[in-house]
Design a protein around this ligand. Structure first.
Ligand SMILES: C[S@@+](CC[C@H](N)C(=O)[O-])C[C@H]1O[C@@H](n2cnc3c(N)ncnc32)[C@H](O)[C@@H]1O
Length: 384
């Protein structure tokens, strides 16, 4: 895009000594100005996103620790495998009728790199307070380099912190460009870094009359890759500001053309140039590649669907088996309590019989004693 702006209307290389970029993002234009506009002595950048600005501050003021953290994460990450592994688990179900039944369960695991990314992202979202600001910013930079390119996704858990899912994770020898970071480090020494709303920044810096204002706000009516709210009222305010500011300064204001007259009806003395562009979210467009990607994605989804069907069937089978087992168990339970009752009954009877036996034995002994006594008596009677 910058190339298109440069070719037409082109950027004047002289006539300003200050460069201001209040919606900085990745700051593509500033580098061009830095390298091609020798009169510029002062650079001012601003963005409302404190995490992005944190990265620039860390690179400017603490680059050794910043690259140290990057190198550390990079050396942990690069040796990890990129491909996910699959495990096939055979689960033999138990049960009389089911002794021969086997269910194949397939499980897909995240690749080592993906697990690493997910763990780091989780740490970044939930456990970042343990880090100093440079470690936190370098971690974010690492995640942005390995995450899904160009998107700042947030989640309920992350609040306004970066929570973009992993990207392709196909880095070969390096995750980031050390020399480029060092180039930014030396360049940022000339730069005043601000963090906040664009208008607050403009009011604070009160630029000279020889400034170049490059304003590249979130696009109108777009899903913004930076997830900031910037409505029509804000856009109108910015256009008005640029219009006034352009009287004594150079101004570039970029946005997306929605085909209506939103911009043309507001620009007054500003001129409009239009360019054809193709937006891609995250990855370069390559129709063939995209098609084959979609095709293989379809196949993967179909495979997953079949696998889920298999799993569902297996779970249903298990449920039926458990139901049967349950029925059997409750039958046995009933039997057990009936037997339990019988046992108690028999125990009572046994007690009664024992008591009877005891009674009878006592009577017999009594009779026997009596008989002996009689005999003895008779015997002694005879003796006399
Ligand atoms: C389209 S991007 C800028 C792209 C940038 N030119 C580049 O090369 O990457 C818009 C930027 O504006 C920032 N932004 C959104 N609302 C803002 C506001 N009210 N004040 C300042 N910056 C804001 C976003 O955080 C985002 O970085």
């Amino acid at each position: 895009m910058i190339k298109k702006y440069l070719s037409s209307p082109g950027i004047p290389h002289t006539g300003f000594d200050t460069y201001v970029e209040p919606f900085f993002g990745a700051g593509a234009m500033m580098i061009y100005v830095h390298e091609n506009c020798p009169d510029v002595k002062k650079f001012v950048i601003n963005d409302v996103n404190p995490y992005l600005i944190g990265i620039y501050n860390a690179i400017k003021n603490d680059v050794d620790n910043f690259t140290g953290r990057m190198n550390d994460l990079e050396s942990q990450y690069l040796p990890l495998k990129r491909d996910g592994s699959e495990e096939i688990a055979t689960l033999a179900l138990e049960g009389e009728e089911w002794s021969n039944k086997e269910v194949i369960l397939e499980r897909k695991f995240d690749s080592e790199r993906k697990s690493f990314y997910k763990e780091l992202l989780k740490e970044y979202i939930t456990d970042w307070k343990k880090w100093d600001s440079t470690t936190e910013s370098a971690t974010l930079y690492f995640l942005m380099k390995t995450g899904f390119n160009g998107i700042w996704q947030k989640t309920e858990e992350s609040g306004d912190r970066f929570a973009t899912p992993a990207g392709l994770l196909n880095q070969k020898d390096r995750v980031y460009d050390y020399d480029n970071v060092m180039k930014w480090h030396s360049f940022l020494q000339k730069v005043d870094i601000h963090c906040g709303d664009w208008l607050d920044c403009m009011n604070k810096i009160s630029p000279t009359e020889k400034s170049f204002l490059f304003a590249d706000p979130p696009y109108r009516d777009s899903f913004t890759s930076y997830e900031q709210d910037f409505g029509d009222e804000e856009h109108s305010k910015l256009i008005n500001f640029c219009e006034k500011f352009s009287k004594n300064n150079t101004v570039f204001l970029c946005n997306r053309d929605d085909g209506g007259d939103f911009f043309s009806s507001r620009v007054n003395d500003l001129s409009i140039s239009k360019y054809d562009v193709t937006y891609t979210a995250g990855r370069r467009q390559d129709k063939k590649k995209n098609l084959s990607k979609l095709e293989s994605r379809r196949k993967v989804l179909e495979k997953k669907k079949a696998m889920n069907e298999k799993k569902r069937k297996a779970l249903e089978d298990r449920a039926t088996l458990f139901e049967k087992k349950n029925k059997k168990i409750s039958g046995l339970e009933n039997k057990r309590s009936a037997l339990e009752e019988k046992r108690e009954e028999l125990q009572l009877k046994l007690k009664e019989v024992n008591a009877e036996i005891k009674k009878m034995t006592n009577n017999q002994n009594f009779e026997a004693k009596k008989a002996t006594e009689v005999l003895l008596h008779n015997f002694s009677e005879r003796k006399e």
